[in-house]
Design a protein around this ligand. Structure first.
Ligand code: NAG
Ligand code: NAG
Length: 371
């Protein structure tokens, strides 16, 4: 069995009266006895002593009674207002808290969340709310403006839209009031951040793609596109119209790009450099974009054709050695693929007396023997 302990506690009580013009001091009846013994198993909220305080002013001024000091300090005793009594100090209270409020994640700096309203039935001193924010690491995003009682998003933090649903979607802002003796009870704002649809974001501002001219779907390039959606929406990738984007198409789950038509750069039929815009469209129709710079390389896909009408040269006995004329041919391919070189493939016995130079010139190079 536990031995009962003896705890001796001395309480000093102070009662204050509101200043009024005809103030007469409150009359405090003394404790009925100077010492009260209580059992160890006394339940909390058991009344130990009743004191009576009266004020003789008409009407009576509010009276506030509190324990001023005790020995040992912080003893487990409080002064209670007795039921039915008036003019005892009461807790200050917020009249619009607790509250569950919402705010959009794109709310601007300085946005007012709510205007706190509070009362103190028996004001003894000026009261001013003090609010704390959970999570504390984001306390700086909120501010309480004491002259207007506005609880709002901070407006001096250089973040145009301080909230982000994807990072924090719930705040608890707890506010306290203290009238010098008593605190308010349970006042908070549960602030839910509402998601606002945001557009998909491509990792890069532009991507490049190198293709060879080819039939539809043949030449392909890897794009390495990376696109994310802040709201984790399902995305569709498309090539936006413009710059003949229909000549190209995305394939292989948008990892690759190829031709949507038979693409031909010969004779400048179609451009070798094309800038397209790719778009990622989310479920709500918001689109993020990136550029795709396409280079189409020529392929040696054309055979050169002779364009000169001359098909034979006639040499008379008196013909001097020297140039006879030229043959010309054209190749539709571009660049080096379109350059033509000329070679002799075969011929009659006259072949030994003429020669061909690189640019198509035919020269009578050695005298045909006279009979
Ligand atoms: C806030 O919402 C919670 C959860 O829905 C609910 O339990 C609570 O009563 C609400 N508080 C107020 C003040 O509406
Ligand atoms: C088309 O090309 C031009 C010039 O290269 C570029 O400025 C423009 O943005 C392109 N249009 C699209 C839809 O990509």
């Amino acid at each position: 069995m536990e031995k009962s302990r003896i705890l001796k506690q001395t309480l000093f009580l102070v009662c204050l009266i509101q200043i009024s013009s005809s103030a007469s001091p409150p009359v405090i009846a003394a404790f009925s006895s100077s010492e009260v013994s209580i059992a160890e198993d006394t339940r909390i909220e058991t009344v130990l002593e009743t004191i009576s305080v009266t004020d003789n002013d008409v009407p009576p001024d509010p009276i506030v009674c509190n324990i001023k000091s005790s020995t040992p300090a912080n003893g487990p005793f409080t002064v209670w207002k007795k039921d039915g009594e008036t003019n005892m100090n009461e807790r200050p209270t917020f009249t619009n808290l607790p509250a569950n409020l919402t705010i959009k994640e794109d709310a601007p700096e300085g946005k007012v969340i709510t205007v706190l309203s509070f009362t103190d039935p028996d004001p003894y001193q000026d009261i001013e709310p003090i609010c704390s924010v959970w999570p504390a690491s984001e306390k700086y995003k909120f501010t309480f403006e004491s002259n207007s009682n506005k609880l709002k998003l901070a407006d001096d933090i250089n973040e145009p839209e301080p909230l982000d649903y994807e990072t924090t979607n719930q705040y608890k802002i707890t506010c306290i009031l203290y009238d010098g003796y008593l605190y308010n009870e349970d006042a908070y704002v549960n602030l839910a951040v509402l998601d606002v649809n945001e557009e998909p974001i491509f990792k890069e501002e532009s991507y490049s793609c190198s293709l060879y001219e080819s039939e539809i779907g043949v030449s392909q390039c890897d794009l390495g596109l990376t696109v994310t959606d802040p709201d984790s929406d399902k995305l569709d990738l498309v090539l936006l119209s413009g710059n003949n984007s229909e000549r190209f198409s995305l394939i292989n789950n948008d990892k690759k790009l190829t031709f949507g038509i038979n693409y031909d750069v010969d004779d400048n039929a179609m451009p070798t450099d094309v800038l397209l815009t790719a778009g990622a469209v989310d479920e709500h129709g918001l689109t993020g974009t990136t550029k795709i710079a396409i280079t189409v390389k020529d392929v040696n896909d054309n055979t050169p054709e002779f364009t000169s009408s001359v098909t034979s040269f006639v040499v008379s006995e008196t013909q001097e050695l020297g140039a006879l004329g030229t043959v010309t041919a054209l190749d539709k391919d571009s660049g080096a693929n379109g350059e033509v070189t000329y070679t002799v493939q075969g011929g009659s016995q006259a072949l030994g007396y003429v020669s061909l130079v690189g640019d198509g010139g035919i020269t009578y190079s050695s005298k045909y023997p006279q009979r």
